[in-house]
Design a protein around this ligand. Structure first.
Ligand code: CDT
Length: 307
């Protein structure tokens, strides 16, 4: 049986003035706790090293760039990599990436059990807007500060499994999971920073938790894969972020879940072999997909109403 003990490391809020060193200390505590629970791998949220800076409008690019990592690993996270290697624990976390040739991405990495980076994903579906919006109590300027990821949705062979990653808003799009499903993905790691109140369209605020689980559970079931969804949660700079971190089995069921909205580790023993059940039955793609009818999905971006 192919088993992997996955630790979900939900993080509480990170305030703007909180330096990376302080945050890394929190991440180390979570990692040590995960080690005590027997974890093989730990998953942290999107933009795990800083506050969700896209809520602030900034015009000075030099200031914006202070939120980005120019190298990974770097001095600020060195201890995290060292501790992971000494625990023989793989890890995944999100950070803002500034490449040597000046590109800005919302990125997640995956390391092996020697803390060597073996996979990198760059967020494809960037939500929000690119200019200051006076209607909003908090901005959501991901389209201003990041470029859409240029790596697609790869699936890597690691830990005896087919592993994929995506980030936050990606989880709301069925295409995200299906492209990985087409590569026989068995476990997906994803971190999120989700404001519970969207001031410009508050109509679904009360359903934030439901929608979070709905899309991840559907993605897991329809592609017969484990999904590990990890929040940065709680009140960050006056913006309330959703909690609800969870580990979802290929059946679509939540098998482990955070209990609060702060720093918290919980674990699930994920049997990768059960992802075969529906890969060979209900969602046996080779037998049942009808690609001749799916063309519009890649031909069109926006919906065109019928006349
Ligand atoms: N970080 C992120 O992608 N958050 C989005 C909220 C978008 S509201 C403009 C999410 O889908 O959770």
């Amino acid at each position: 049986m192919r088993m992997i003990n996955v630790a979900a490391a939900q993080m509480g809020p990170i305030q703007r003035a909180e330096g990376r060193e302080t945050v890394v200390r929190r991440m180390l505590e979570l990692m040590d706790e995960a080690k005590g629970k027997g974890a093989d791998l730990i998953v942290y949220p999107e933009l795990a090293l800083t506050t969700f800076f896209a809520r602030w409008y900034m015009e000075d690019q030099a200031e914006v760039d202070t939120w980005f990592e120019r190298q990974m690993p770097n001095d600020a996270v060195r201890t995290l990599f060292e501790r992971a290697a000494s625990h023989r624990m793989a890890m995944s976390f999100g950070h803002a990436e500034l490449t040597p040739d000046g590109h800005h991405y919302n990125t997640a990495i995956l390391t092996d059990r020697d803390a060597k980076i073996i996979a990198k994903y760059r967020k494809v579906h960037l939500p929000g807007h690119s200019e200051f919006d006076p209607e909003r109590t908090h901005q959501h300027l991901e389209k201003r500060y990041f470029e859409p990821g240029d790596l697609g949705f790869p699936v890597w062979r690691a830990f005896g499994a087919n592993v994929g990653m995506c980030i936050c808003n990606d989880r709301r799009w069925p295409e995200t999971y299906r492209v990985m499903g087409m590569q026989s993905v068995e476990v997906i790691f994803l971190g999120y920073n989700t404001p519970t109140h969207l001031s410009w369209i508050p109509v679904y605020d009360h359903l934030a938790d439901f929608h979070n689980h709905l899309c991840m559970q559907a993605g897991a079931y329809q592609n017969s894969t484990w999904v590990v969804g990890i929040a940065k949660a709680g009140n960050e700079e006056g913006s309330e972020l959703l909690a609800g971190s969870c580990i979802i089995s290929p059946s679509g069921e939540i098998v482990a879940q955070a209990t609060g909205n702060g720093d918290e580790v919980f674990i699930a023993k994920c049997n990768l072999d059960i992802s075969r059940f529906n890969k060979e039955a209900m969602f046996n793609f080779a037998q049942h997909r009808r690609v001749e009818h799916y063309g519009l999905i890649t031909e069109r971006t926006g919906a065109v109403p019928q006349r």
